[in-house]
Design a protein around this ligand. Structure first.
Ligand code: SAH
Length: 218
């Protein structure tokens, strides 16, 4: 590694440390989630022109009218999904640049992630491969109804907002599994769906702002 790259590495490790401190003050308590976010180089998922802002608590454009979610929301959704326990198989709908999938790869045994936009899918797949995150499976698919051939999942995360909760998606949760997703159009809320032996429990959490779930591959 030449000195310039070493310099960038050190700078990003320091800024990442500050991001973790900030997540703590924002209320994230799960040390496993904080450790996962400390080990994923967020700047690697972002266009170089924007990389100086990689660790700010903002969402940033990733092309094709899509965004990488702000660190707080990634941490919050992962913390809710984990509920203090190691996760088995997890599904993410909306890979985008692959950042959330990379974080999930540190807290789950297996991560399935689907993206409908081909160039985003290809770029995320390469980035996750380059980071040697071999327990992530990236698919170019419409994830509106989840991923039948990977189900059941212990956890499902949606990175895009649907107007309503999909019954098909809900059915892909294992008993004891949890799903965290934004629901709504103009006004959106984060929801937690828990599958229990006898049915589903739905909890409305805080207001959020996500890009919309869109149908079909692009
Ligand atoms: N988790 C991402 C956030 C990406 S934004 C990250 O860490 O960067 C949400 C993504 O959902 C967008 O890339 C969008 O193309 C994708 N998306 C929207 N509708 C979808 C669908 N039906 N199936 C799969 N992906 C979808």
């Amino acid at each position: 590694m030449n000195s310039m790259h070493a310099g960038i590495g050190m700078t990003s490790a320091r800024t990442r440390g500050r991001m973790i401190d900030r997540l703590r003050t924002q209320g994230i308590q799960d040390e496993t989630v904080l450790a996962a976010m400390n080990s994923v180089p967020r700047h690697a998922f972002i266009d170089e022109a924007l990389s100086s802002r990689a660790y700010d608590d903002v969402s940033l454009p990733i092309g094709h009218a899509q965004t990488i979610s702000q660190p707080y929301i990634v941490a919050r959704m992962t913390e809710i999904l984990r509920n203090g326990k190691q996760l088995g198989r997890v599904l993410e709908v909306g890979t985008g640049c692959g950042y959330q999938a990379a974080v999930l790869s540190h807290v789950a045994k297996e991560v399935y992630t689907v993206e409908r936009i081909q160039p985003l899918f290809a770029k995320a797949k390469k980035q996750l491969f380059d980071l040697k995150l071999r327990n992530v499976l990236v698919r170019h698919a419409d994830g509106t109804s989840g991923l039948t051939d990977g189900a059941p999942f212990d956890g499902i995360i949606m990175a895009c907002a649907a107007p309503a909760l999909s019954a098909t998606l809900k059915e892909q949760l294992a008993v004891g599994g949890r799903m965290v997703l934004p629901i709504g159009t103009q006004e959106q809320f984060l929801y937690l769906i828990e599958r229990e032996a006898t049915g589903f429990r739905e909890t409305r959490l805080e207001p959020v702002k996500f890009v919309p779930l869109l149908m079909g591959k692009a």
